[in-house]
Design a protein. Sequence first.
Length: 143
Amino acid sequence: MALLAAVALAACAPAGAEALRPYTVVGDAIPQPLTATKGDATRGRALIVERSSTCILCHSGPFPEQAFQGDLAPNLTGSGARWSEGQLRLRLVDAAHLNAATIMPSYYRVDGLTRVGTSWRDKPILSAEQIEDIVAYLVTLRN
Protein backbone atom coordinates (compact mmCIF):
# COMPACT_ATOMS: atom_id res chain seq x y z
CA MET A 1 0.00 0.00 0.00
CA ALA A 2 2.84 2.40 0.84
CA LEU A 3 4.46 1.62 -2.51
CA LEU A 4 1.20 2.40 -4.32
CA ALA A 5 0.92 5.73 -2.50
CA ALA A 6 4.51 6.60 -3.39
CA VAL A 7 3.90 5.81 -7.06
CA ALA A 8 0.73 7.91 -7.07
CA LEU A 9 2.53 10.86 -5.51
CA ALA A 10 5.40 10.55 -7.97
CA ALA A 11 2.96 10.70 -10.88
CA CYS A 12 1.61 14.02 -9.59
CA ALA A 13 5.01 15.52 -8.81
CA PRO A 14 6.44 18.36 -10.87
CA ALA A 15 8.89 17.54 -13.63
CA GLY A 16 11.85 18.22 -11.39
CA ALA A 17 14.58 20.74 -10.87
CA GLU A 18 16.03 20.33 -14.35
CA ALA A 19 17.38 23.53 -15.82
CA LEU A 20 14.87 24.93 -18.27
CA ARG A 21 16.07 24.60 -21.82
CA PRO A 22 16.31 27.88 -23.68
CA TYR A 23 13.74 28.64 -26.37
CA THR A 24 12.86 31.54 -28.63
CA VAL A 25 9.35 32.77 -29.27
CA VAL A 26 8.78 33.86 -32.86
CA GLY A 27 5.39 35.50 -33.30
CA ASP A 28 2.88 33.09 -31.78
CA ALA A 29 5.13 30.03 -31.78
CA ILE A 30 8.26 28.36 -30.48
CA PRO A 31 9.46 26.95 -33.80
CA GLN A 32 12.38 24.90 -32.47
CA PRO A 33 11.85 21.78 -30.32
CA LEU A 34 12.94 21.94 -26.68
CA THR A 35 14.83 18.65 -27.07
CA ALA A 36 17.30 17.14 -29.51
CA THR A 37 15.14 14.04 -29.91
CA LYS A 38 11.71 14.00 -31.50
CA GLY A 39 8.73 13.68 -29.18
CA ASP A 40 6.88 10.37 -28.95
CA ALA A 41 3.19 10.67 -29.90
CA THR A 42 2.20 7.53 -27.97
CA ARG A 43 3.69 8.91 -24.76
CA GLY A 44 2.10 12.28 -25.52
CA ARG A 45 -1.37 10.77 -25.78
CA ALA A 46 -0.84 8.87 -22.53
CA LEU A 47 0.15 12.13 -20.80
CA ILE A 48 -2.96 13.91 -22.06
CA VAL A 49 -5.41 11.27 -20.83
CA GLU A 50 -3.60 10.87 -17.50
CA ARG A 51 -5.45 13.06 -15.01
CA SER A 52 -2.26 14.14 -13.21
CA SER A 53 -1.14 16.11 -16.28
CA THR A 54 -4.43 18.05 -15.98
CA CYS A 55 -5.03 18.32 -19.77
CA ILE A 56 -8.21 16.25 -19.71
CA LEU A 57 -9.61 18.24 -16.80
CA CYS A 58 -10.21 21.24 -19.09
CA HIS A 59 -9.99 19.78 -22.62
CA SER A 60 -11.98 17.11 -24.40
CA GLY A 61 -10.99 15.15 -27.45
CA PRO A 62 -10.78 11.75 -29.10
CA PHE A 63 -10.32 9.87 -25.82
CA PRO A 64 -13.18 7.35 -25.57
CA GLU A 65 -11.59 5.65 -22.56
CA GLN A 66 -12.08 8.85 -20.54
CA ALA A 67 -15.75 9.21 -19.65
CA PHE A 68 -15.23 12.55 -17.94
CA GLN A 69 -13.54 15.21 -20.05
CA GLY A 70 -13.36 18.94 -19.61
CA ASP A 71 -15.37 21.59 -21.39
CA LEU A 72 -13.56 24.75 -20.27
CA ALA A 73 -11.01 24.77 -23.08
CA PRO A 74 -10.93 23.91 -26.79
CA ASN A 75 -11.63 20.36 -27.87
CA LEU A 76 -8.28 18.86 -28.89
CA THR A 77 -9.76 17.10 -31.94
CA GLY A 78 -8.20 18.71 -35.00
CA SER A 79 -5.43 20.46 -33.05
CA GLY A 80 -2.87 19.53 -35.68
CA ALA A 81 -5.01 21.16 -38.38
CA ARG A 82 -5.62 24.35 -36.37
CA TRP A 83 -2.14 25.02 -35.04
CA SER A 84 1.42 24.38 -36.16
CA GLU A 85 3.87 22.38 -34.09
CA GLY A 86 5.49 25.62 -32.90
CA GLN A 87 2.14 27.18 -31.98
CA LEU A 88 1.18 24.12 -29.96
CA ARG A 89 4.57 24.18 -28.23
CA LEU A 90 4.13 27.81 -27.10
CA ARG A 91 0.61 27.11 -25.83
CA LEU A 92 2.01 24.34 -23.63
CA VAL A 93 5.19 26.11 -22.57
CA ASP A 94 3.58 29.44 -21.67
CA ALA A 95 -0.02 30.06 -22.72
CA ALA A 96 0.06 33.36 -20.81
CA HIS A 97 2.51 34.69 -23.40
CA LEU A 98 -0.41 34.72 -25.84
CA ASN A 99 -3.18 35.64 -23.40
CA ALA A 100 -2.30 37.09 -20.00
CA ALA A 101 -5.80 36.27 -18.71
CA THR A 102 -5.70 32.58 -19.66
CA ILE A 103 -6.56 29.94 -17.09
CA MET A 104 -4.31 27.41 -18.82
CA PRO A 105 -1.20 26.71 -16.76
CA SER A 106 2.23 27.54 -18.12
CA TYR A 107 3.63 24.02 -18.13
CA TYR A 108 7.27 24.97 -18.77
CA ARG A 109 7.63 28.37 -17.11
CA VAL A 110 8.81 28.99 -13.57
CA ASP A 111 9.31 32.76 -13.32
CA GLY A 112 6.72 35.42 -12.60
CA LEU A 113 4.18 32.96 -11.21
CA THR A 114 2.14 33.65 -8.08
CA ARG A 115 0.61 31.37 -5.46
CA VAL A 116 2.86 28.43 -6.33
CA GLY A 117 3.10 25.66 -3.76
CA THR A 118 6.47 25.14 -2.12
CA SER A 119 7.07 21.76 -3.76
CA TRP A 120 6.41 23.26 -7.21
CA ARG A 121 8.56 26.42 -6.95
CA ASP A 122 11.28 26.73 -9.59
CA LYS A 123 10.14 23.50 -11.25
CA PRO A 124 8.23 23.18 -14.51
CA ILE A 125 5.00 21.20 -14.38
CA LEU A 126 6.11 19.17 -17.41
CA SER A 127 9.62 18.36 -18.58
CA ALA A 128 10.90 19.43 -22.00
CA GLU A 129 10.54 15.81 -23.12
CA GLN A 130 6.93 15.66 -21.96
CA ILE A 131 6.14 18.91 -23.79
CA GLU A 132 7.61 17.46 -26.99
CA ASP A 133 5.71 14.19 -26.53
CA ILE A 134 2.41 16.04 -26.18
CA VAL A 135 3.19 18.25 -29.19
CA ALA A 136 4.06 15.12 -31.21
CA TYR A 137 0.63 13.68 -30.41
CA LEU A 138 -1.39 16.86 -30.92
CA VAL A 139 0.00 17.41 -34.44
CA THR A 140 -1.38 13.98 -35.41
CA LEU A 141 -4.93 15.16 -34.64
CA ARG A 142 -5.80 16.46 -38.09
CA ASN A 143 -9.59 15.82 -38.19
